[in-house]
Design a protein around this ligand. Structure first.
Ligand code: NAP
Length: 252
């Protein structure tokens, strides 16, 4: 498959960061892109810039997702919308659990089951799921629910490939490390503070780096399925082992 084999794409989480960069890249490749997010104003701006279709939809709204999926035949589905939360399981709230499972996992499963059968029937399509290194590794500072939902994205991507075996529908999981987007600003409720704390002193990936990775997978020949891409900043590595000293443990 090449970009010319595909006509239409749906990108979730399109109003900022990786999603917006992906809309720009896929539009430049000639695809008609349906851009999904909640912020209608930002989507309108993106639409004026790229020609994408603005779809102001909350991915938690199942009826809206079903209507969207029925409104057109999609050749490319980019499951990108995602949220995170601060803290770990020791201070996780009921809303943290529900919100992250709903956006990061439940919506992805629903959109996939709504759109992929059409791809399989037409024997043409590409699903790209954005997970995270959080889905593959444990590390301090990560939110437990976020890690679990992203591990779910890895698992469903693996199984989806099995489900689609024998068709020309490809499934790619892209697993980024730190990308300079609004995700940390949304966490802190302060974009400037997030920039100062997470990006000013660190050479992170840019959203275009992930959009280009996605485009590489989509533009690859039909015989080739880029199943998994882990994309890290050169200056960031995953590794390390923690071992608390006895003297620091609480006596029981
Ligand atoms: N940035 C990183 O370091 C990093 C690393 C690994 C993985 N990721 C993953 O990359 C993906 C994109 O995140 P990003 O980094 O680009 O962050 P971002 O700039 O915060 O973008 C998140 C996007 O998700 C949309 N979204 C959130 N909740 C939604 C909902 N209920 N319905 C519809 N859209 C919703 C937001 O749009 P609205 O607010 O307009 O709805 C926004 O467009 C996420 O899945 C994230 O977990 C990011």
């Amino acid at each position: 498959m090449a970009f010319s084999d595909y006509r239409r794409a749906l990108v979730t989480g399109a109003s900022s960061g990786i999603g917006a960069a992906t809309v720009r890249r896929l539009s430049a490749e000639g695809l008609e892109v349906y851009a999904v997010a909640r912020d209608a104003d930002r989507l309108a701006t993106l639409s004026a810039e790229t020609g994408c279709r603005s779809c102001a939809v909350d991915v938690n709204n199942l009826d809206a997702l079903a209507a969207l999926a029925q409104s057109a035949e999609f050749d490319v589905l980019i499951n990108n919308a995602g949220q995170s939360r601060r803290g770990n399981i020791l201070d996780t709230t009921p809303d943290d659990v529900d919100a992250l499972i709903d956006v990061n996992l439940r919506a992805v499963l629903h959109l996939t089951r709504l759109i992929v059968p059409g791809m399989a029937k037409r024997d043409r399509g590409h699903v790209v799921n954005i997970s995270s290194i959080a889905g593959h590794y444990a590390f301090g500072g990560g939110n437990t629910v976020y890690h679990a939902t992203k591990a779910g994205i890895h698992s469903l991507s693996q199984q989806l490939r099995v489900d689609l075996y024998g068709t020309r529908v490809r499934v790619t999981e892209v697993s980024p490390a730190r990308v300079e987007t609004e995700v940390f600003g949304r966490l802190l409720g302060d974009l400037a503070e997030a920039k100062r704390r997470f990006f000013d002193d660190y050479e992170a990936l840019q959203p275009e780096d992930i959009a280009n990775s996605i485009a590489f997978a989509i533009g690859s020949p039909a015989r080739m399925n880029v199943a998994f891409m882990e994309v890290l900043p050169t200056q960031q590595v995953v590794g390390g082992l923690n071992f608390a000293q006895r003297s620091r443990q609480t006596a029981t």
